[in-house]
Design a protein around this ligand. Sequence first.
Ligand code: ADP
Ligand code: MG
Length: 144
Amino acid sequence: MPAAMERTLSIIKPDAVAKSMTGPIIEKIEGAGLKPIAMRMLHLTQAQAEAFYAVHRERPFFSSLVKFMTSGPVVVSALEGEDAIRRYRDLMGATNPEEAAEGTLRRLFAANIEQYAVHGSDASETARQEISFVFRELEGVERS
Ligand code: ADP
Ligand code: MG
């Protein structure tokens, strides 16, 4: 049985965009065989960042996370591929960059657990919600 075709949301965070790491990160994504089907740069408002990270509302780091995510532009992309959600999380590496394996995006590009370069959806339901949060127009569109 071939693995299911999936989509996941990638965010290149303000720290990595500011350090001109957008190109190298996209190169790693494409090199791993994940296909961007939509991509744009945007600067999240406070309300958008709070909504995006609503699951972490009660966590002690929530306000600093929102402040960081609104500190500059991000590059959002929807990635498609077989088993894309797990494969992109493997490419990102562990949430704590000090624990992230050699060659992963967080090991290569994250400064610390708060400034950690990239986001990837963690399950098919969150992927669907996150993609529609930033790319409403993608509903039902196939990559050509
Ligand atoms: P992942 O992106 O690996 O799924 P989480 O969803 O747990 O990780 O975390 C989401 C965001 O919260 C990330 O931007 C991360 O930097 C931040 N974060 C997670 N844990 C901590 C922590 N202990 N201290 C500060 N920020 C954290
Ligand atoms: Mg998460």
